[in-house]
Design a protein around this ligand. Structure first.
Ligand code: HAM
Length: 414
């Protein structure tokens, strides 16, 4: 038997129904917040990602040489492509420019529950603003999008990468050697982070001060004990979030993020029910445009792990909305078959989901099939009823049957 590649998935009709429904909710939410959808290619030049995304992403890329000898990568994320697109074509749009996207990403990771080699991200980027309220606007969209899905058990953790960076530089680190230290802190590998800080000659006092910052986790009031521009910035951001009605946000100065491009506020959302791969969203503020040949444009964005959100909903016993077939049309004889096709075509034109017997089954078997596919009504097209210009409509839930004039059928089913 042919197998699908490791880390990829097929989706059943039921799964696709749930996925499309959730995707629709996410799109609606983004539009309610004034964001507009874009799409970019599934593959890009590898360089787009190696320039700044950091070692985590680069090691995990599906990268190859194409037949023309070009270095190509399947996109591991959509922030760098969005920034490339902006620099190429969107710089004349009014700012702030509020964009969102939905699409698959590819990472060569070790597959496990909630971690795949092909997965889907729903994300947004707000370009051209860099202040607490533009960051809060982005966090609010992420929170409202997850909220819209119906998930209740999740937390938002907000930090500021500037606070950790400043402390590292004060202790003697440089941007180049701070990066591997931050990678270790992101993974909570404190002993390895301590060793790296020691190797670059940081004093043990400075090292412990960096570790202490990562342990500032809890209610926003903790910021009162922190000094400096970055913590004042976060205080303002939390006050906007309160006005937006976002209640489940915490401070976590240990949020580092695996990607290298963040410069200021960083945030993550976790669904504890997911266990090891519990991060359902990650984001923050950054500037990438100058790297792709444009002017420096400060931006903030996030990406929600679409697959993980669905898993978390499942764990809470919630399945996104199921659509049902409204009508299943059954002819009682060969002579009535053509009449049934006319009726089903008319229902579909009127926007009513409808299906028709294609197996030439008996009425009894057709009723069983209609039940199995979850149809609401069966429309029985019989000779006697037809002579009166009518059909019989059977409600599969209650078992009730009524005679309905064929002309009135769409209205009756609606
Ligand atoms: P990220 O944290 O690398 O950020 O990915 C965002 C989300 O994608 C994660 O929180 C997780 O839910 C999901 N995810 C990542 N890898 C996998 C995987 N292998 N399988 C399933 N889900 C996964 C970014 O990608 C940034 N571009 C976010 C961003 C946008 N920052 C600014 N703007």
């Amino acid at each position: 038997m042919s197998q699908r590649p490791r880390g990829t998935r097929d989706f059943t009709p039921d799964e696709m129904e749930a996925r499309r429904y959730l995707e629709g909710l996410f799109r609606t939410e983004a539009e309610l917040h004034g964001f507009k959808e874009i799409a970019t290619p599934i593959f890009e030049y590898t360089e787009l990602f190696t320039l700044k995304s950091g070692p985590n992403i680069v090691d995990e890329m599906y990268a190859f040489e194409d037949k023309g000898g070009r270095q190509i990568a399947l996109r591991p994320e959509l922030t760098a492509p969005t920034m490339r697109f902006f620099v190429n074509d969107l710089t004349n749009y009014p700012r702030p420019l509020k964009l969102f996207y939905f699409g698959q990403c590819f990472r060569y990771e070790r597959p496990q529950s909630g971690r795949y080699r092909e997965f889907f991200q729903f994300g947004a980027e707000l370009l051209g603003a860099a202040n607490p309220e533009s960051d809060a606007e982005v966090i609010a969209l992420a929170a409202d999008t997850i909220g819209r899905s119906g998930l209740t058990n999740y937390v938002i953790r907000i930090g500021h990468i500037g606070i950790l960076r400043e402390r590292l530089y004060k202790g003697g680190a440089t941007p180049a050697n701070a990066s591997p230290i931050l990678q270790k802190l992101d993974k909570k590998l404190f002993d390895e982070a301590r060793a790296l800080m020691g190797q670059i000659g940081m004093s043990s006092g400075d090292v412990e001060e960096v570790i202490r910052i990562t342990e500032v986790v809890g209610s926003p009031e903790l910021l009162e004990e922190q000094q400096g521009e970055a913590s004042d910035y976060l205080k303002e951001l939390f006050s906007v979030l309160t006005e937006y009605g976002i209640a489940n946000a915490q401070v976590d100065l240990g949020v580092v993020r695996g990607l290298d491009y963040y410069t200021g506020m960083v945030f993550e959302m976790d669904a504890p029910s997911l266990g090891a791969e519990k991060q359902i969203c990650g984001g923050g503020s950054y500037s990438l445009t100058e790297l792709f040949g444009g002017d420096k444009v400060f931006s903030t964005g996030f990406a929600i792990g679409f697959d993980r959100t669905l898993l978390a909903l499942e764990r809470e016993g919630l399945t996104p909305g199921k659509r049902r077939l409204q009508a299943y049309v059954v002819p009682t004889s060969d002579r009535m078959r053509h009449k049934a096709f006319t009726i089903v075509a008319r229902l579909r034109k009127e926007g009513i989901s409808a299906d028709v017997d294609l197996m030439r089954r008996s009425i009894g078997k057709n009723l069983k099939y209609a039940d199995a596919v979850g149809a609401r009504y069966v429309v029985i097209v019989g000779e006697k009823e037809d002579a009166q210009g009518s059909v019989t409509v059977r409600n599969l839930g209650s078992g009730d049957q009524t005679l309905v004039s064929t002309r009135e059928l769409p209205k009756a089913l609606k």
